[in-house]
Ligand binder design. Structure first.
Ligand code: ZN
Length: 184
């Protein structure tokens, strides 16, 4: 077995190269890799870094969905276990966006424990991004809608890691308070 740290750094390097030309949607247009490192960091903090396949899948979670990467390539490079987790976290891009979003929430409870943890860390990172560097063309209603949809996905992933869920819930609460219209 390859040592855990070189396995993880190799997955991060692979993901960084695959996403090189992509930026995040926020006002600062952060490099995409910031999001991937945030997901790995979030998973590592809540698991003490004990499961390197989980962290590698965190680094690679958007490669099939958002780059030209194929499942077979991930399997060859990082093994079947990591490739399977990434595939579980991948939407079917042949479907319309609204349908993909609906299916994410509907399918979440049927995913493996590791895929559900990656999903929670992904949504946690996305909420953090919207709070720290909001997409300039999103009004509060759209931010709220995203926060609530994310919660519906996370609700289907619960029961594995309380600390990870709590981090998501704290951000969800913060954003909901911030973006909900104030009643006079
Ligand atoms: Zn992601």
């Amino acid at each position: 077995m390859t040592a855990p740290i070189p396995s993880l750094t190799r997955a991060l390097m692979f993901a960084a190269q695959k996403h090189t030309d992509q930026r995040r949607k926020g006002e600062r247009a952060e490099p995409y890799v910031n999001h991937l490192i945030d997901v790995v960091d979030t998973l590592a903090r809540h698991t003490d870094g004990a499961d390197v396949d989980l962290l590698m899948a965190g680094a690679l979670h958007d490669t099939i969905e958002d780059t030209e990467t194929k499942y077979e390539e991930l399997k060859r490079e990082f093994g079947e276990n990591v490739a399977d987790i990434v595939r579980e976290c991948t939407d079917d891009k042949s479907l319309p966006k609204a349908e993909r979003k609906r299916l994410q929430a509907e399918n979440a409870p049927h995913k493996s424990e590791r895929a559900r943890m990656v999903k929670i860390a992904d949504k946690t990172s996305n909420l953090r991004s919207i709070l720290d560097s909001p997409p300039p063309d999103w009004d509060n209603a759209r931010k709220l809608e995203y926060f609530d949809w994310s919660k519906s996905v996370v609700d289907g992933c619960r029961g594995i890691n309380a600390g990870l869920e709590r981090e998501f819930d704290d951000l969800h609460k913060k954003g909901t308070a911030k973006f909900t219209p104030k009643v006079a």
